[in-house]
Design a protein around this ligand. Sequence first.
Ligand code: VGL
Ligand code: ZN
Length: 191
Amino acid sequence: MTLLDVGDGLLIADIQNDFLPGGALGVVDGDKILPALRTYIDRFHSRGLPIFVTRDWHPPHHCSFRDRGGPWPVHCVAGSAGALPPDDFQVPASSVIIYKAIDPDEEAYSAFHHTPLQRHLKALGVRRLFIGGLTTEYCVLSTVKDARALGYETYVLMDAMKPVNPDDGRRAEEEMLWMGARPVTLKDLPA
Ligand code: VGL
Ligand code: ZN
């Protein structure tokens, strides 16, 4: 299928300490996808293709936190240790970092929502977007939805994402494919 080529871009959602085991909103086995993600990064970077990484980056009293009636424990507070990627997950210096959900009064899961992502993608000529990371049924699903609506050919990294809740994760996978996103694994992308 998909030999990587000019016009392809990789988007990795929310690899941040708080979403990894032991973190404030630790995703079970979230760390297990890091090796695959490192390989995806190599595949794109070695071809000079652009890489985008998102960071959930909440102000200290974000509306999604329980103390404000939201569903989540305090997590990924802007600039805190929990909001940083783990030391063993370094991305190329040329990666574009997208900060999201920075507005205190607005929940936002998609990497497109009130961020400059779309402008960066246009500027870099990205037409096919490959999306994985954390978490399947929130950031990945919402981002894939927006990418499809914006007309991107969209690939979901089936071997490099994890859900908060496994049932919701399976439903989200079905929904993404139903929206026309295509499944991809490392096996589909030769070195
Ligand atoms: C996310 C839970 C809470 C996500 C963000 O981006 O997937 N999930 N905040
Ligand atoms: Zn969040």
